[in-house]
Write a protein that binds this ligand. Structure first.
Ligand code: PRP
Length: 182
């Protein structure tokens, strides 16, 4: 285990199970869809989950990416997510599947929903690996959340602290001393 991680929240095996369950939920929802859904990864945090999720689905999807950032090097959300890199595809008339690693304050999700529905998407479905309902600042939720957690600071499998720890294959709680000493 990484020396800065206090304990493991999701092992690689548990992540695989969560991914399979989320993929099965999406397959059930989109199996009879008249068009190919567009799955969007909200970078960078969702990248690992996204790649595993779309490969676990039976339903063919097209993929696209958007980089949205609200934290900078902080552990608290700024409340104003910035679009750093926009989508390549048009979402007009599309069934959009938005893939997030975590819904925390909810600001990113609201920003994305307003943007994508504002561009004329036909539907908007959100799948998130983690949900942190205790920290919600705006009333919004994922349609499917794999795992609910309390107010711990978690890293790994895409999730970062100051751009570090994203490549850990599991998700763990970061030791407080790591971010409190800064
Ligand atoms: C994180 C995470 C979500 C968002 C959730 O992204 O990946 O997109 O914050 O927080 P919220 O519900 O409070 O908006 P971040 O802005 O840290 O960028 P990153 O994905 O590059 O880590």
């Amino acid at each position: 285990m990484n020396k800065d991680v206090e304990s493991v929240v999701l092992t690689e095996e548990q992540i695989r199970e969560k991914v399979q369950a989320a993929a099965a939920w999406l397959d059930a929802k989109f199996a009879k869809s008249s068009q190919t859904p567009l799955a969007i990864s909200v970078l960078k945090g969702s990248v690992m989950f996204f790649c595993d999720l779309v490969r676990a689905m039976q339903t063919p999807v097209q993929i696209d990416f958007m980089t949205v950032s609200s934290y900078g090097a902080q552990t608290e959300s700024s409340g104003m997510p910035k679009i750093v890199m926009d989508l390549a595809a048009s979402v007009a008339g599309r069934d959009v599947i938005l893939v997030e690693d975590i819904v925390d304050s909810g600001n990113t999700l609201v920003t994305m929903r307003n943007l994508i529905m504002g561009r004329g998407a036909r539907s908007f479905t959100v799948v998130s690996l983690f949900d942190k309902p205790a920290r919600r600042a705006v009333p919004v939720q994922a349609d499917y959340a794999c795992f609910e957690i309390g107010d711990e600071f978690i890293v790994g499998y895409g999730l970062d602290y100051a751009q570090q720890y994203r490549t850990l294959p599991y998700v763990g709680i970061l030791k407080r001393e790591v971010y409190e000493k800064k």
